[in-house]
Design a protein around this ligand. Structure first.
Ligand SMILES: *[C@@H]1O[C@H](CO)[C@@H](O)[C@H](O)[C@H]1NC(C)=O
Ligand SMILES: *[C@@H]1O[C@H](CO)[C@@H](O)[C@H](O)[C@H]1NC(C)=O
Ligand SMILES: *[C@@H]1O[C@H](CO)[C@@H](O)[C@H](O)[C@H]1NC(C)=O
Ligand SMILES: *[C@@H]1O[C@H](CO)[C@@H](O)[C@H](O)[C@H]1NC(C)=O
Length: 357
């Protein structure tokens, strides 16, 4: 089943991206050079012997990816020395949201956007990888059992939702800084990270967007931030947390209102967006508020609690929100022409508790 899932997920989200027809061939060549340079740079770092613990783990991750590629292709190509990954193979599936940033930094002429509804083939993974540290000794890495929300063919979460056997739970920032912060100048072989939010916010050009379009572009006054601020006190257990994380009541919620939109109530302006529900003939001040095949497709990966982390348990929900809005159905949605191999037509799945006993 895994190879079929990987195939279908690839078809739904990646086929033709830089494939045989390569209609964005200039961009694709730049992307290939970038990815090759990035792989080369990692190889170089691994050879240098600086920070060996870190680079040893990077190498193991690359070998894991190589193993995935080999098993999918049905032959073993055990690397001696260099890890030879093809830039447009499984590596492309691992890039996730970085691809958006690379598209803007490498001047792709028609940005693809994030294929959110097409990426709804999902897998909750549990990896047991008893890796050792690089000293060749007997110390096993902490967190060698990893549970995370993921996708077929990716070796990481993509949603940044992890529970580790070391006891660490991790979830990502959201909304995250927009892609425009990576100007071509700042694009080194590794993306910048761990910068201060405000500095990023300032550098991103977002203050100009706030000036032009208002609070929607702020991190503290956009509709989602305001809904969280208003509703967070209603969260008192796992069920109410799940309800809030999956909520979208845009027709009734005054915080889903968009000034300058016709119609004024906007389905993007909710905790779990449903941009497919916005009418195509509406008037919208900027593209994110239009009708799009885009929205929340899970629950930011999953929800867990301090009581559940020791058993690596979580609650997960798949598909667009449907508590207070009609469920998503491919065939009657404006997205029906998009490839969605292996998907059910109607998305009415309740949250599930994932446990491993
Ligand atoms: C992208 O376009 C800008 C503006 O035309 C140019 O300055 C920059 O060098 C281009 N970047 C790449 C990687 O081609
Ligand atoms: C961001 O910009 C604001 C307004 O110009 C300024 O007051 C603030 O100090 C800046 N913050 C950082 C971290 O650069
Ligand atoms: C959020 O708060 C509003 C206003 O109090 C309430 O009507 C709504 O039911 C709440 N939604 C959730 C999911 O908690
Ligand atoms: C969009 O089209 C619908 C159905 O044809 C119509 O009822 C509605 O008034 C239109 N809305 C706008 C904002 O033009």
């Amino acid at each position: 089943r895994a190879p079929q899932l990987m195939y279908m997920h690839w078809m739904n989200t990646m086929v033709g991206y830089c494939g045989p027809f390569k209609y964005e061939s200039e961009y694709c060549e730049k992307l290939r050079s970038y990815l090759e340079a990035n792989l080369g740079w990692m190889e170089e770092q691994m050879g240098k012997g600086e920070d060996p613990e870190y680079w040893h783990q990077v190498r193991l991750a690359l070998l894991q990816l190589k193993g995935l590629e080999d098993s999918y292709n049905g032959h073993l190509d055990f690397p001696r020395g260099r890890v030879t990954l093809s830039p447009f193979g499984f590596l492309l599936l691992q890039l996730g949201g970085d691809l958006e940033d690379l598209e803007s930094a490498l001047n792709r002429s028609s940005p693809r956007g994030w294929p959110s509804y097409q990426s709804m083939l999902r897998v909750i993974k549990k990896y047991t990888l008893p890796f050792r540290t690089s000293d060749g000794g007997n110390s096993q890495i902490p967190g060698s059992i990893q549970v995370f929300s993921s996708y077929p063919g990716t070796i990481f979460s993509g949603d940044d939702f992890y529970i580790l056997s070391s006891g660490l739970g991790h979830s990502q920032c959201w909304p995250c800084p927009p892609p425009s912060i990576w100007g071509a100048d700042s694009l080194g072989p590794t993306p910048p990270n761990h910068r201060y939010f405000e500095e990023i916010f300032n550098a991103s050009g977002t203050p100009e967007l706030v000036e032009k379009y208002g609070d929607w572009f702020t991190y503290d006054k956009n509709p989602r931030a305001q809904i969280f601020r208003r509703n967070q006190t209603l969260v008192h257990d796992l069920d109410s947390m799940v309800r809030l994380m999956r909520s979208n009541n845009y027709l009734q919620d005054p915080l889903s209102r968009c000034r300058g939109c016709d119609p004024p109530q906007n389905a993007e302006n909710a905790i779990s967006a449903r941009s497919d529900l916005n009418p195509p003939n509406g008037t919208y001040p900027f593209p994110a508020l239009r009708q799009r095949c885009h929205g929340g497709t899970d629950m930011k990966g999953g929800v867990t609690s301090s009581g559940m982390v020791p058993s690596l348990a979580l609650v997960a929900a798949s598909g667009p929100a449907w508590d207070d809005v009609p469920p998503f159905r491919w065939s009657t949605s404006p997205c029906s022409a998009l490839l969605h191999m292996g998907h059910p037509d109607l998305w009415t799945f309740p949250p599930i508790k994932v446990h491993w006993d």
